[in-house]
Design a protein around this ligand. Sequence first.
Ligand SMILES: [Fe+2]
Length: 505
Amino acid sequence: MQTLNQQPTSTTQQTAYYESDNLPKEAFLYQRQGPWPQPSPRNPKGEAPAVLRLPRKEKEAWKKKIGRRYFKNMWTYWPKALSYAYKHRGLHKIKDEEFNHYLGSGVFSKFLIKGLSDQKKEIFKEFLPDDFDSKEYYVIDFSLMSYTKPFEGIYATGTIVVFEKVNGELIAKLIYVDQYKDKKIVRPIDGELWELAKVYAMQGAAYKLILSEHALLHFPFDCINAISKSTLPINTIVLQLLLPHFEHTLVLNKVVLNSTASPVENDQKFPYSGFLGDGDGQRSLVACAYSGIEGNDSYNGYHYSKEIEKFDSPYYSFLLEYYNVIKKFVTEVVNVISEEELNLIKDWAKHINQWLPTFTPSDEILLKDNLIEELTMIIWDVSVAHSADHYSFAQVPSYLVPLRVRVNPEDAEKGNIDWENGMNIKDMFRYRMEREMFFKPTNVSNLFNTEYNFDLVNYSDGTKKYLKDLNAIFLRELEEVEERLKQKNIPIFIPLKEMARSIQY
Ligand SMILES: [Fe+2]
C-alpha cells in the first residue's frame, strides 16, 4: 500500500465560514432547500425513512441517465427474453453440488449463520445425530417466504437449510419445508421431495436477496444522502468525499418504493413484472428484514451499523479486501479535516442520528475512528457491496433461481410434481425482462475512475493538492486488489471495472 509523506496542516482559508448557522444559503448545494427524510409513507415502522421531495436537477439527471434506459430495454430486449424463456422453459432441478456452491460461497452466502440456535435445534432435533455438538453446522433461513402473497397457481413456502461443513466444504444435509404437511424435514435420500425443497430454497434465496437483504444496502442510506446534501456546505471535504457516491440514488430509490410502475408493485400489465404475487407481499419481505420476524432468531430486525458484518465465506473475504482499501483512503482524508469542519460534522451526525438511531451520535463523531468508520461504511456499501450483489446474482443462471414456482408443495407429497409446467414461458420471459432492466448491473458511473471534486473545498492549495494525490493513490490501490485476491485464491465476484460508484440500479 502506498502513502504520501507529507501531510499538510489542516487549516481552512476562512475559519469564520464554519459557523454553521451563519452561513449564507449559497454555501449549500440546494440553498438550504435540499432533500430531507421523513417516515416511510407506506410503512412508517417497517421500512427505512424515505426521501420524497427531490431536487429537480437530480430528477432530470436520473431520467436522462437511467429512466430512458428502462424504456429502451422494455421495447428492445423482449426477443432475447423470449428466446431464453423458450430455451429454459419448465422448472429445473438443481444438483446438490450446485446448490451447495451457490448458497455456500457466492452472494447468497451472506445469509449463512454459523451454528444451530436453540430455535433451530428444536426444529431439527429428530434429524440431528447424537454427536451433533462435535460437528460444524451452518443455517440459511428462508422463512420470509411464508409472508409472500402468490398469485393463483403460483406457490412459495418458507424453508430452512442446514449445512454441515466437511473438509472445508458446506454440504446441505437437511431442509425444513414449511408447507410440506406430512414430512416437513427432508434429506438427500428423499428423492423428489428433496429436489423440490432445493428449488423452493433457491426461490427463497432470490427473494431474500432482492427484496430483503439487498434493500438494506439501498434504503437506510437515503437519509444520510439527503442530510449530507442539505447540511454540509459545498466546500467541506466530507461532502465532496461523499457526493460521487450519492449520484442518482435518491430518485432511484423513490421510484422503486413509490411508483406504481415499480417492479416491487409487480403490476402484471408491465412485461417486466416477474415476481410471484402482489405488491403487498413483496413489501412484507422488506419489512421482514427491517423489523424482523417474531420468534425467529434469524430475523432480528435491522440496526444500522458502521461495522462490516462478518460472515464465513469467500464472498466476505472479497468484500473485505475492498473495504480495507476504502478505509485507508478515508482515514488519510479524514486526517486532513480541520477543527472548523469537524464542528459542522457534529451537526451532520446529530441530524442523521435522529433518523438512524444507531448512527454515531454527534458527541462521539469527533473521535476520528468513528468518523472514519461511518464514511468508509457509506462508500463501501453503496459502491462495492451494492454492485457485488447485483453482479453476483446476475451470474447465477436464472433457471436455477426461480422467481415463480407452479408446483403446490402439498401435491408434491402425493408424488405429483409436474416439472415441465412448474414454470411457464411467460414466467421466465417476465423474469428475464426484469433481470435485464433492474437486476443486472448497468453502470452510469464507475468506482475505479472516481475523481473527487476537492478543488471546491475551503482549504489551502497545498491541502487540495494533497487530497488530489490521495485520490490518485486510492484509484491505484483499487486496481491492485484483484491481483491480491488472485494470490489469496479468493474468487473475483465482480471485476473492479464493473463496480458502480453509487446505487444506480
Ligand atoms: Fe440495487
